[in-house]
Design a protein around this ligand. Structure first.
Ligand SMILES: [Fe+2]
Ligand SMILES: [Fe+2]
Length: 388
């Protein structure tokens, strides 16, 4: 992992130097030389690297580079509309310098449609907004969009493994969870539609897995729709991914029971909230908000739901977002004891319960968001069927 980091640091150095000096200044030329050499070294390992800048999140391929959390060029480039950066093989120095100049112009607020930008379309360095549509984009010339937009099977496998780890070793690997959430965020932004992966699957563990992925992506979409900051969006995505982690403690017979639960079984089931919060706190001190969400996501606005609170208090905003997304995904999915509800019926339910079960602003924002985006919501199954 050190090559991409060395390259990005050299890139930042070159951009910073170019901001200070005229491009013909020896300091600029030196900084560009260094960055270009780092790029060549880096491309010896990965000939076609792709970077994504999402607020303060920085991805190499679909892996977040946590070491560069404070690399401030990520947010600057993202804010200037450079959210993706792709290199093809055989970049020459002149093209590289041209790219640096264009990126700086963007950061300085210059429009993209200049002669230089036109030239860049022929360049082996491509950059622009996520999804690569728009001014920097000439789709016909581009390689196909990254696989993650259509196939989240690797992420689903990772979530399955996270559940196993939580159940057997009582650990929650945070870096892997963040990588899944980062992939979901990229998939969600691709083509400007949200994607509900693998919506209707039958097996228990697949339900748990897809439900975790769906709640994570829906929570991020809703948080973004409600103007939360990118850092909050990502943290809420992790909380959404782990909200039901306590279910790893519930015996399968109870979890998958088709009929009505006995009061004892109901008690075991409801305890997934407390158990989940405990698992998260014990294994990851960085995840206190996720622990709060695991604890609170079945508590209703009017104090109903579970666990029962001895003293009424307001729940965390993240819990309220996850609560709405959780109910939506659960009702939209076939379960052993009931068929999936149509989307409109679920939205009607959310509207009806706004103010008693759900925070009214959040429930209404969710309903608006789904109504706006419904045509774009799809399942992986239908995507595959369409592609076949
Ligand atoms: Fe739950
Ligand atoms: Fe849930």
């Amino acid at each position: 992992m050190s090559e991409p980091i060395r390259f990005l640091n050299a890139l930042a150095q070159a951009l910073a130097t170019m901001m200070l000096y005229h491009e013909s200044h020896p300091a600029c030329q030196r900084a560009v030389d260094v960055a270009f050499r780092e790029l060549l070294d880096f491309q010896a390992q990965d000939p076609r690297p792709v970077f994504t800048f999402l607020g303060d999140e920085l991805l190499y391929g679909n892996r977040p580079l946590r070491e560069l959390k404070s690399w401030d060029w990520g947010p600057r480039l993202a804010a200037a509309g450079v959210q993706r950066l792709e290199f093809e093989e055989r970049v020459d120095r002149e093209q590289f310098e041209g790219f640096l100049a264009e990126a700086l112009m963007r950061v300085a607020g210059a429009p993209a449609s200049t002669a230089e930008a036109r030239q860049l379309r022929k360049s082996p360095i491509r950059f622009g907004s996520v999804g690569l549509r728009g001014e920097a984009g000439n789709r016909a010339e581009r390689p196909p969009p990254p696989e993650i937009a259509l196939s989240l099977t690797e992420e689903a496998d990772t979530v399955r493994w996270l559940h196993e780890e939580a159940g057997t070793r009582l650990v929650l690997p945070l870096a892997e969870a963040e990588a899944v959430v980062a992939s979901l965020a990229v998939a969600m932004h691709a083509e400007r539609r949200i994607l509900l992966p693998l919506l209707r699957l039958k097996e228990f563990d697949q339900y748990t897995t897809t439900h975790a992925l769906n709640v994570s992506v829906l929570t991020m979409a809703l948080a973004e729709y409600a103007d939360c900051t990118p850092a909050e969006v990502r943290a809420f995505g992790v909380a959404g991914l782990f909200h039901d982690i306590g279910k790893v403690k519930i015996p399968k017979e109870v979890l998958n029971k088709a009929g009505k639960l006995t009061p004892e079984e109901r008690q075991i089931m409801n305890n997934h909230t407390v158990a989940g919060a405990r698992i998260i706190i014990e294994s990851q001190e960085d995840l206190d908000m996720a622990a709060v969400v695991a604890y609170e996501h079945h508590i209703m606005l009017d104090g109903g739901g579970y666990p029962t609170m001895r003293f009424r208090r307001d729940c965390h905003r993240a819990s309220k977002l996850v609560h709405v997304c959780d109910v939506y995904d659960a009702l939209r999915t076939d379960r052993p004891y009931r068929e999936a509800w149509p989307s409109e019926k679920v939205l009607g339910y959310l509207e009806e319960k706004a103010g008693t079960e759900f925070e009214p602003d959040i429930a209404r924002a969710f309903v608006r968001m789904i109504r706006e985006w419904e045509p774009r919501v799809m399942t992986l199954e239908s995507e595959q069927a369409g592609a076949a």
